[in-house]
Design a protein around this ligand. Structure first.
Ligand SMILES: Nc1ncnc2c1ncn2[C@@H]1O[C@H](COP(=O)(O)OP(=O)(O)O)[C@@H](O)[C@H]1O
Ligand SMILES: [Mg+2]
Length: 243
């Protein structure tokens, strides 16, 4: 692959990463020999058929799971060799997740859902947390719904709350697993437009999607098949270094 990094340091770096699952007698080689570098400001998609390992790859990137072997570096931390507490701390600070099924907590309000992950951050005061909640709600155009409960919102609005929660702590990278998978086309478009806008503002976004139309909106498409990266194509130049 052509070196397009302009000698920048990768935000995320995977080297010879493998993931096996052992269930009963069955051994699944979910990911084999993944080598991947993601740079600050990139907007990329991971595509491939069902069962090819997309979600497993995103879980490893998001420190939700550990590789069977290989190296993982995130924002300068060696993430393959750290204890549970440190993993949780890095995950909470550096990673924003968006899931297909929104994963909001139904008996917390919109604002409380967004604030919840920030309450684990010892580096933030209550005031700072509230400012972060408000500014991320404004970003997704839902400040007027701050005191609503998830069930009072449409699917598209719930996913926008999930986006606000993901960006609330100003993470180094946003990971989205089929973020439009549970939405009709109009709501899917509003969530995609929001991701496009976050990217314009400089966010690093890695999105799993099996929809080629959504993948084509990103700037780099990584195709996974049978647990291996089979193609990695940058559609546009690397983003300029943010100053
Ligand atoms: N927790 C698990 N235990 C056992 N096998 C798993 C587990 N998670 C995923 N797998 C298997 O790993 C493979 C990749 O799964 P996954 O990453 O979910 O695929 P995708 O997201 O591309 O549909 C599949 O064969 C799946 O059955
Ligand atoms: Mg999946």
């Amino acid at each position: 692959m052509k070196d397009v990094s302009n000698n920048k340091t990768a935000l995320v770096e995977l080297k010879d990463l493998n993931k096996m699952f052992f269930t009963d007698e069955v051994e699944t080689n979910a990911l084999s020999n993944i080598n991947l570098a993601i740079y600050e400001g990139e907007y990329l998609s991971i595509t491939g058929p069902s069962g090819c390992g997309k979600s497993t790859l995103l879980s490893l990137l998001g420190l939700l799971d550990t590789p069977t072997s290989g190296l993982y570096k995130l924002a300068g931390h060696n993430a393959s060799n750290i204890n549970q507490d440190e993993r949780a701390r890095i995950r909470n600070k550096e990673i924003g997740f968006i899931f297909q099924s929104f994963n909001l907590i139904s008996d917390l309000t919109v604002a409380e859902n967004i604030e919840l992950p920030l309450t684990y951050r010892t580096d933030l005061t209550k005031n700072q947390r509230q400012d972060m909640v408000l500014s991320s709600l404004e970003k997704v155009d839902l400040a007027h719904r701050a005191n609503h409960y998830p069930s009072q919102l449409s699917g598209g609005q719930q996913q926008r709350v999930a986006v606000a929660r993901a960006i609330g702590g100003k993470p180094a990278i946003i990971l989205a697993d089929e973020p439009t998978g549970n939405l009709d086309s109009k709501n899917a478009e509003s969530v995609m437009a929001l991701l496009d806008e976050l990217h314009q503002d400089g966010a690093t976004i890695c999105m799993v999607t099996h929809d080629p139309v959504f993948a084509a909106r990103t700037q780099r498409i990584i195709e996974v098949f049978d647990g291996r990266v089979v193609s990695d194509e940058r559609i546009t130049e690397m983003p300029a270094i943010a100053v």
